[in-house]
Each structure stands twice: as C-alpha cells, then as structure tokens.
Design a protein around this ligand. Structure first.
Ligand SMILES: [Zn+2]
Length: 160
C-alpha cells in the first residue's frame, strides 16, 4: 500500500499498527501493508470499528469483566484475491469483523476500490479487480454469474 496511506494508519490507529515497519525478523509488518490501495477504505473502516469496540469496552468495564486485549496487526496481505488480516489480541467480535472484511474484499477492486458486481476474479494469480482495472492490466476476469443474473432480473422487474 502507498506509504502515505500506511502513515495514515500508523497515525490514526497507533495501537493496532504498533509493529508497522518493525524489524523483519520480528514482524511481517516490516514491509507495511501488502495490498494495493483499493482496499484502503475497507481496512480503514475495519480498524476504526475494532479500535472503537476495544476502547469503548475497556473504558466502561463492568465489575469483574476482563478487558479486551489490544488487537495488534501481525500481517496484512492479499491471498487468492482476498484480504488476509493476521493479528494477536482482540475478542470474538473483532474476529467477526475481520472475517466480514476479508469476505467483502472479494467484491472490492484491490487496485481502485470500486465495489460490487463490476468486480471479478482473474485466473492464474487470482486477484479481485473491476472491469476497468482488469482491462488496464490486460487481465481477463470472471464475474459471479449467479449474482449478476439475479441483479439483472431485479432491474428488469423494477422497470416494469
Ligand atoms: Zn478497479
């Protein structure tokens, strides 16, 4: 990811990105965020929700309730066209948020951030790209035909 965006993450979520640019023998965050810029909004929303959840919970602890351990990113990368977020700390709620973000990334162009039905998968080295970016990169993408057909059907019905 672009260094300007990575700096934004360090400044905005210093606890989550504690290890960003740390020594490579200690953390995979040494290389920063290993995705393209298109997933910036997704990652930003994810980190915001995680930190808000932890801070809020730990600020208003009920008696005898343990605090949520701070979530710290270990590695953020793209694998098989999807976001992968490895970490320590957090709780089940954080895990649920991360699962959702990883699944959503499948529908967001990793290069430009376009989302929805225009996003498909390249074959070979799998990437999630939109129609425009796939053409620009001279890569052929396959769309989710079942969902496309369903949306087409909806449009038809709405026109009637
Ligand atoms: Zn795109």
């Amino acid at each position: 990811m672009n260094k300007i965006l990575e700096k934004y993450f360090i400044d905005t979520y210093p606890k989550i990105f504690r290890d960003m640019y740390g020594p490579m023998e200690k953390t995979c965050m040494a290389w920063g965020i290993s995705t393209q810029n298109g997933w910036f909004i997704l990652l930003n929303t994810l980190c915001w929700r995680i930190q808000e959840h932890i801070d809020w919970h730990n600020k208003y602890l009920k008696e005898g309730e343990p605090p949520i351990p701070q979530l710290i990113a270990h590695q953020i990368k793209e694998k098989f066209g999807q976001l992968r977020f490895y970490y320590e700390g957090g709780d089940d709620y954080c895990q649920g948020l991360i699962d959702f973000a990883e699944d959503m990334s499948y529908w967001i162009c990793e290069e430009c951030g376009t989302s929805g039905k225009e996003v498909g998968r390249t074959s070979g080295w799998i990437q999630s790209l939109c129609t425009k970016c796939s053409k620009k990169n001279k890569k052929k993408i396959t769309y989710n035909k079942k969902l496309l057909d369903l949306l087409k059907k909806c449009k038809k019905i709405e026109k009637e």
